[in-house]
Design a binder for this molecule. Sequence first.
Ligand code: NAD
Ligand code: IPM
Ligand code: MN
Length: 367
Amino acid sequence: KDSYSVTLLPGDGIGPEITSATVGALNALTSHTSWSINFKESLIGGAALDATDNKDAFPDSSLEECRKADSILLACIGGYKWDNNPREARPETGLLKMRSEMGLFANLRPAKVLPQLIGASTLKPEVITGVDIMVVRELTGDVYFGTPKGIDVVDGERVGYNNMIYKESEIRRIARVAGEVAMKRGGKICSVEKSNVLDVSQLWKEVTIDVMEKEFPKIDLSHMYVDNAAMQLIRYPKQFDTIVTGNIFGDILSDEASMLVGSLGMLPSASIGSSGPGVFEPCHGSAPDIAGEDKANPLAMILSAAMMLRYDLGRGEEADVLERAVEMCLDEGWRTGDIKQEGDGCTLVGCKEMGKKVEAAIEKCMA
Ligand code: NAD
Ligand code: IPM
Ligand code: MN
């Protein structure tokens, strides 16, 4: 293919700012390639609610655009403005609808510590140097989608409930993704659950063992309770290679893992299904506390775009260039506020300027 169509979902908060930095970087890249990308913007989250009179945070028109694209780049959704909306009219519901409707059951969240950012982490250099973890998070099941759910009145008081539930087939397919991912990495998987207490985790563990024994006999599989895993990630993160876990545990542990890298603003992700385009999205949210101030770190989204080039467009070489350009910017000492340390001798830049620095680095790489 020499022309790809990419649906852009800028969403809310810092979303539009990091999206324009990311599109700038991709355009800088493709100005040097024989192939091109055509971008088309679509609505999701609060932006979609505003456009549909609070009806739908992921309208069918957006779903259609996503389905026919070669790939999808999503920034982030959510904000104070919609926080008191009923559940069905919340930005988050649109994001979950997108993941579910598009069958994106696997979310790959790499937490790789870059030497340039060792000082940006709150942890000691000797603890984080060399850390390279891949969190494989199940994305379309668990307590996020389980029924029954709701808030009812029982015996004169309100009771809120959700259901943590996994079908065997759902566990099997995410375990397979983890197996495939781990075979290309260190060959080591830690399955994180809470099988000492939860039946759903008991099944998770049994099925994971079965998949690895039958399909990935070379994988070194271990098991860890999620509470211990949260602690071990901070105590000795180098023990982890690939982590496979359910939707909610993966959500929490990946945010935790971002602090090994130095900032949530550095963590990319790929959401993929068994067929069709994937969605490439930073792990962070819409950062309403800094939205509109040109303070956001666009690198998580730019690194997500690199994952898109590699996984969906089959452009691994150009993905490498994008990642190298990000590292060059860090080498040159450009820092957004979230990764700036007092006395680090680096230069504080805004979102826009960081985008321009990445573009300049791409030019150097492609020259
Ligand atoms: P958040 O990730 O938006 O922000 C947490 C903290 O990290 C904030 O201090 C923020 O300023 C900072 N931060 C996040 N991304 C950054 C970046 N790129 N550069 C610099 N700093 C960054 O999480 P939150 O505050 O708990 O949630 C805010 C909203 O985002 C909520 O509506 C939530 O539902 C939504 N959310 C959306 C997604 C998503 O779109 N995938 C993910 C998480 C949260
Ligand atoms: C994420 C977010 C979402 C999640 C929310 C906004 C629905 O936290 O992408 O990590 O919990 O999956
Ligand atoms: Mn999250």
